[in-house]
Design a binder for this molecule. Structure first.
Ligand code: NAD
Length: 452
């Protein structure tokens, strides 16, 4: 495999400041974080606290950012198609709104729990700050498996959840969006329910949520935005690793919204996808997998299994496939130590949120594998969500060209600020991305202070 040793000499610098896999901070105890080192919230906040230590961020700011502002949990009954009632659990966590309204997706998944949602809302605060957006961070979800419900049941679940959290969201307060398991159709039902419940009507009520269908107030380019942002980030970062995006090989973990769009856009630029995996199986084809045909197959069958343009392989085969770029685009904590040791790539481009554990990242860094962190790499989705919100509030529709151009500006700026922080603090890219995000938040808190 291509290793750090075989890359151009200029790329062989190993940063001085990289987080240890067992990083600990006094802030953990001060704000009462769980003691389990495998806890996702402890891990994600830990990466930020490490960056805060490197840049000497005052303790008070670290405390504010180490816990969310509001944690809302709701239970609501829904009538099933057979006439029975079921009780569902939903969440909305509002991490921070120093930079603007809370913003972040809604996950519909049977394993959703409070720590996930807290972690994801925290990441949104950091991502919006890094991407230069006037938003804070939020996240929510419903503990439900959308695949196990009819369209009618899902509509009642989504509308009833919206009713339960309606007083806690709003176009100028908290603006949800899609995430794993939720779709543009769900967003349209949320906008409609909210407009019915609130005094706001029409387009401005539409601004309560983004990721809507284009016909119903959505933005052109939103569906592919996160995958597009992953590719924009790679385009900016690959040249310094001696890679040309039009000739790369890549593999993708998770072929849903983010993974399939990243795959299709990379392939359109000349890249070759040689391995792919999702919850249904692992596939490989050294000659290249047709990314568009696979997306059609997944849309029809719900997963990559059974696709005839590649052969099924083991998990080990999938991770050990030699590629230039590996794109994790499924769920959190999927690249642990074991996977990090198997990976045979030059770059990990985090399409998913928090896919790499601190222990996994330690292995990747020691092996000279570059990690493009999620708060940079997958910021395209929230950036185009911001454009959708601006279009709703100003009663305008932007052309796709304009959406792509403006998105690229935000991605380039975020990548450049990350690179500048890496240079200044001699650190890895995740630490650098957090530092760039924290610098913006620090300035705001220094200017506005804390009430009273
Ligand atoms: P999605 O529901 O469209 O796709 C999720 C994918 O993960 C599917 O392909 C599924 O098969 C796969 N998956 C689930 N469990 C798996 C398992 N155990 N093993 C392997 N694969 C598994 O969701 P998405 O919107 O593409 O989101 C993917 C990731 O990207 C999440 O971490 C999400 O938070 C993040 N993200 C999404 C957006 C967005 O705009 N949709 C924006 C930023 C970040």
């Amino acid at each position: 495999m291509t290793t750090l040793a075989s890359r151009p000499a200029a790329k062989q610098h190993r940063p001085k400041n990289t987080p240890p896999s067992n990083f600990s901070s006094p802030v953990f105890d001060e704000v009462g974080l769980p003691s389990d080192p495998n806890n996702l919230y402890r891990q994600t906040v830990g990466s930020m606290l490490y960056a805060a230590q490197v840049m000497n961020l005052p303790n008070g700011f670290q405390l504010i950012l180490a816990q969310p502002k509001n944690e809302i949990m709701v239970h609501f009954p829904v009538r099933m198609d057979d006439g029975s009632y079921r009780l569902f659990k939903g969440y909305r966590v509002q991490h921070n709104n120093a930079l603007g309204p809370f913003k972040g997706g809604l996950r519909f998944h049977p394993d959703v729990h409070l720590d996930d949602v807290k972690s994801l809302s925290f990441l949104m605060t950091m991502k919006c700050s890094l991407a230069g957006l006037p938003y804070g961070g939020g996240k929510g979800g419903i503990k439900v498996d959308p695949r196990k419900h009819s369209s009618g049941e899902m509509e009642r679940i989504v509308r009833r959840f919206t009713t339960a959290i309606a007083h806690n969201i709003g176009p100028d307060y908290d603006i949800p969006a899609p995430d794993v398991g939720s779709s543009a159709q769900h967003m349209a039902w949320i906008a409609d329910t909210y407009s019915f419940l609130s005094e706001a009507t029409g387009k401005n009520a539409n601004a309560v949520i983004t990721g809507k269908p284009v016909e119903s107030g959505g933005s052109l380019g939103r569906e592919k935005a996160t995958g597009q942002g992953v590719v924009d980030t790679l385009e900016i970062m690959l040249p310094e690793l001696g890679l040309d995006i039009s000739h790369i090989t890549f593999s993708v973990l998770g072929y849903g919204n983010v993974g399939s769009w990243a795959g299709r856009i990379l392939a359109a630029k000349g890249g070759k996808m040689t391995a792919v995996a999702d919850h249904t199986g692992f596939l490989k084809n050294e000659k290249g997998i047709d990314t568009v045909a696979l997306a059609d197959h997944v849309a029809k069958t719900g997963g990559v299994r059974g696709f005839t343009g590649a052969t099924s392989c083991t998990k080990e085969d999938f991770y050990k496939t030699k590629v230039d770029v590996f794109v994790p685009a499924a769920l959190e904590q999927m690249v642990q130590e074991e996977e990090a040791r198997m990976l045979n790539c030059i770059v990990v481009a985090e399409g998913a949120n928090a896919p790499t554990t601190p222990a996994g990242e330690r292995v990747l860094l020691e092996r000279g594998i570059e990690v493009l962190p999620a708060i940079l790499c997958n910021a395209g989705g929230v950036t185009v969500s911001y454009f959708e919100w601006v279009q709703n509030l100003t009663f305008h529709s932007w052309e796709l060209d304009r959406v792509d151009r403006e998105l690229n500006k935000h991605m380039v700026d975020a990548a450049n600020r990350t690179k500048a922080a890496r240079q200044k603090y001699d650190c890895d890219l995740r630490t650098a991305a957090y530092i760039a995000a924290l610098e913006r938040l620090r300035k705001v808190y220094e200017l506005r202070g804390i009430f009273p």
